[in-house]
Ligand binder design. Structure first.
Ligand code: KIV
Length: 293
């Protein structure tokens, strides 16, 4: 059995120039497939609010829901490093609230680390405290979906020189506070590459070009299962929505025309038991039709 992935693995990969493979999962069976496929890091992203729960933004998902899904994911994982996303308003109030909620992911759901968005002063303090108590933290900069309204929508961040400089300074502050890695979402490739070279911790890109130390996508996007919209940075490796639609239509047709289930998909009733039942029912033995099996 190969060794489990840890924060040290990511550090080593960055030094070796080996790319870090990350994907999201919200349930046991998906996590198991990702883990067996050798994905290094599995994020239980708050994107589950939209992808798994059907909300318009990531805001609505609760801490309890995130813990519930993270528990399902960690049950399916043997090797990968599991990061749980702190949802909106689970860490923005004060340090105690943030520590309590981060602790729930580790204690109740067996996550290995937590992720939070932005580099506010409070976040930096939270990161220092969590890292100090042995909880690894992943940062998230660029387009941060929990701030979608403040950012004026789903927009690329760091397009101007000033914005790019702010991203660099925020990244350095997160690194100093102790994050083991930073996600860059929707950042110009050249900016993400420049910052990646300025950091000792690995960067993980989503819509941030090829210069990051690793990549992450929402698994349902990659598989073509979540089809409400397709961001430009998603590469579709399958079209599961179509595959599932065809399979389910075929099942519906088979049920309606009685071709499902057939005898191989049912359980037989032994003829001697059928005969005994007919006796119990007081049916004449020559009339086999009632309980013929
Ligand atoms: O919630 C999520 O899935 C994420 C990734 C897109 C990085 O934060």
């Amino acid at each position: 059995m190969s060794k489990s992935v840890s924060t040290l693995t990511f550090q080593k990969y960055k030094q070796q120039g080996r790319k870090i493979v990350c994907l999201t999962a919200y349930d046991y069976s998906t996590a198991k497939i990702l883990d067996r496929a050798g994905v290094d890091l599995i994020l239980v992203g708050d994107s589950l609010a939209m992808v798994a729960l059907g909300h318009q933004t990531t805001h609505a998902v609760t801490m309890d829901e995130m813990v519930h899904h993270t528990r399902a994911v960690t049950r399916g994982v043997q090797q990968a490093f599991v990061v749980a996303d702190l949802p909106f308003m689970s860490y923005q109030v004060d340090v105690i609230q943030a520590i309590t909620n981060a602790g729930r992911f580790i204690k109740e759901a067996q996550a290995h680390a937590v992720k939070l968005e932005g580099a506010t002063r409070l976040n930096l303090e939270v990161i220092e405290r969590l890292v100090g108590m042995g909880i690894p933290v992943m940062g998230h900069l660029g387009f941060t979906p929990q701030s979608i309204h403040g950012l004026g929508g789903t927009r690329v961040q760091g397009r101007s020189a000033e914005e790019a400089l702010k991203l660099l300074n925020d990244s350095l502050a997160l690194e100093k506070a102790g994050v083991f890695s930073i996600v860059f979402e929707m950042v110009p490739a050249a900016v993400a590459t420049m910052i990646t070279r300025s950091l000792t911790v690995p960067t993980i890109g989503i819509g941030a070009g090829n210069g990051c130390d690793g990549q992450i996508l929402v698994t349902d996007d990659l598989l073509g299962k979540y089809t409400d919209f397709q961001p430009r940075f998603v590469r579709r490796y399958a079209n599961l929505a179509d595959v599932c639609h065809k399979a389910i239509s075929a099942y519906a047709e088979d049920v309606r025309n009685s071709s499902f289930p057939d005898e191989t998909e049912s359980f037989a009733f032994a003829e001697d038991e059928a005969e005994r039942l007919r006796d119990l029912l007081g049916e004449p033995t020559e009339n086999h039709t009632e309980v013929s099996c």
